[in-house]
Design a protein around this ligand. Structure first.
Ligand SMILES: *Cc1c(COP(=O)(O)O)cnc(C)c1O
Length: 431
């Protein structure tokens, strides 16, 4: 018989490492079952949305030029609005990435004199230049839009007293980042986000509550727009693109918010009416269709990594048993060799560029060398199995993605094998 252990061995995974992995996976059976059930729910939610919008074969064709009457684009936006239970949505290949989608949502809904508030601490790195925390051309700050921030309390909860103090008559929009991104705080659950939004709306119901939904889509059965968010924003080369979307971003929310964004993306007066979809619609539709199960695979991979590395004695965040609200996993190695062994393992397990060995490198915008592993079909896609880590204390790696569960599992086993082969971990220590 051609056994899985045999082919794993041909791919460089020893029987001992494979068995260690399988033993942990057996213990995770219940959690994986719950993830599959959520994936089933979300899969049906996506199908229902596509059926209700009467998606047809003609929707896959696309347009050129101005892109007037692009039925596929219009239906896709209806499907997104349906999934997020919002009045409208903007889903476009002309939105180049997550940062662009967030910048668009902010810049189109804020006006000179308004204030933006982040009640959940520092936003994602790339937003610092959008807001003007770090000076940049065209930032909100340059347009006279001010920014204030309230950090989370040390236990990760909301600092309601200071949030209340920070809200003033200029406060127009509150931005809430669901995922921890590359910080060490906990990721917010949709329920927590709902509590925060209620608090803000109680003070002033006119404040627009926007959620940076990156890495969070389809992890739970509800989305932030189900608990009061006026807008959710994300990237199509993360969860909702299902690994197939090669570019793009989305904004789903209140009609006025989405209209503002559309007028900014194209032009005042043109809004959503233009923007040819070219040949991209099959990947957008099919990627969205696959997104719930792809997200589930990535989640299982993150949970496996947490449990394996926790058993191996490393600090992991989230820990092995915590509930999950995004697909990011971090592991702290305490020394550079661990970060390097991990990232090189992920790369070596990739379907593309597996023969390339990533090394720590100086990167623009970073104050330390960084090592990155990605053997992706879509360049930079982090719904595909990927990992990166700065070479500086505490020597932590951030790991996410996995289009299929077998690939996520294989990649993680490969990292463990590297740890064993390089003398960074002794399998005997856990027996
Ligand atoms: C990835 C991410 C972004 C930015 O997305 P890009 O596509 O990399 O520009 C913003 N916020 C969070 C929380 C993210 O994870």
């Amino acid at each position: 018989m051609n056994s899985n252990l045999e082919i794993l061995e041909e791919l460089g995974i020893s029987k001992e490492v494979a068995e260690f992995g399988n033993k942990i996976i057996l213990e995770l059976e219940e959690r994986f079952k719950a993830i599959d059930e959520t994936a089933e729910y979300n899969q049906l939610k996506v199908i229902k949305a596509m059926q209700e919008a009467k998606v047809s074969e003609a929707c896959l064709l696309g347009t050129t030029g101005y892109g007037y009457n692009d039925i596929g684009r219009e239906k896709l936006e209806e499907v997104y609005a349906n999934i997020f239970h919002t009045e409208d949505a903007l889903v476009r290949p002309q939105i180049t990435c997550g940062t662009h989608a967030l910048a668009l949502a902010l810049m189109s809904n804020l006006r000179p004199g308004d204030e933006l508030l982040s009640p959940v601490g520092k936003p994602y790195d790339t937003l610092e230049e959008v807001i003007g925390i770090r000076p940049s051309k065209g930032s909100l700050k340059e347009y006279g839009i001010s920014y204030s921030q309230v950090d989370l309390l040390s236990d990760g909860s909301f600092d309601y007293d200071n949030i209340k103090k920070a809200i003033n008559e200029k406060t127009k929009l509150v931005t809430i980042q669901r995922s921890k991104g590359y910080q060490t705080r906990k990721t917010l659950s949709v329920t927590q986000i709902g509590e925060l939004i209620s608090f803000v709306k109680n003070i002033n119901p006119d404040i627009i509550c926007m959620v940076d939904n990156c890495y969070g889509e389809f992890v739970e059965r509800i989305e932030p727009t189900d608990v009061g968010a006026d807008m959710v924003v994300g990237s199509l080369i993360k969860n909702p693109g299902g690994g197939l979307a090669p570019i793009g971003g989305y904004i789903a929310g209140k009609k006025e918010c989405v209209e503002n964004a559309a007028f900014r993306l194209t032009s005042p007066g043109l809004g959503k009416e233009v923007g040819a979809s070219l040949g991209i619609l099959p990947q957008f539709y099919q990627g969205l269709f696959l997104a719930p199960t792809v997200t589930a695979s990535a989640l299982k991979g993150a949970i496996l990594a947490a449990n394996l590395y926790e058993r191996m004695g490393f600090d992991v965040l989230p820990n092995g048993t915590e509930s999950r609200h995004d697909i990011i996993q971090s592991i702290t190695f305490g020394k550079p060799e661990g970060v390097i062994a991990f990232c090189q393992g992920i790369q070596a397990a990739a379907p593309v560029d597996s023969y390339v060995t990533p090394e720590p490198w100086d990167m623009p915008g970073y104050d330390a060398k960084v090592i990155m592993a990605a053997g992706a079909f879509v360049s930079g896609s982090s719904i595909e199995l990927s990992a990166d880590g700065p070479i500086k204390p505490p020597y932590a790696v951030f790991f996410q993605g996995g289009l299929t569960w077998p690939h996520a599992k294989f990649g993680i086993l490969k990292t463990v094998q590297n740890m064993v082969d390089r003398g960074l971990f002794d399998l005997k220590s856990i027996q």
